[in-house]
Write a protein that binds this ligand. Structure first.
Ligand SMILES: [Zn+2]
Length: 68
């Protein structure tokens, strides 16, 4: 594995900006309305879970393929 970003605004799967509105201190975030299959969280290293949001691109890729 290459370096995994450990910043709360970076997707733990691809390292891109996850654009989480929660961090931007807006009241609404796209992730509040998105359905995250629980399987996607199993792809995240345990120490990264609940720290950084998955980005929308990774969520879409996962849901379309049914996996990464
Ligand atoms: Zn991502």
């Amino acid at each position: 594995m290459s370096d995994i970003p450990n910043s709360p605004n970076q997707c733990p799967l691809c390292g891109a900006d996850n654009r989480c509105g929660h961090l931007a201190q807006t009241t609404e975030c796209w992730c509040f309305h998105a359905a995250f299959p629980k399987e996607i969280f199993e792809l995240i290293p345990p120490e990264q879970r609940r720290k950084a949001c998955i980005c929308q691109a990774c969520l879409e890729r996962f849901t379309k393929r049914g996996g990464m």
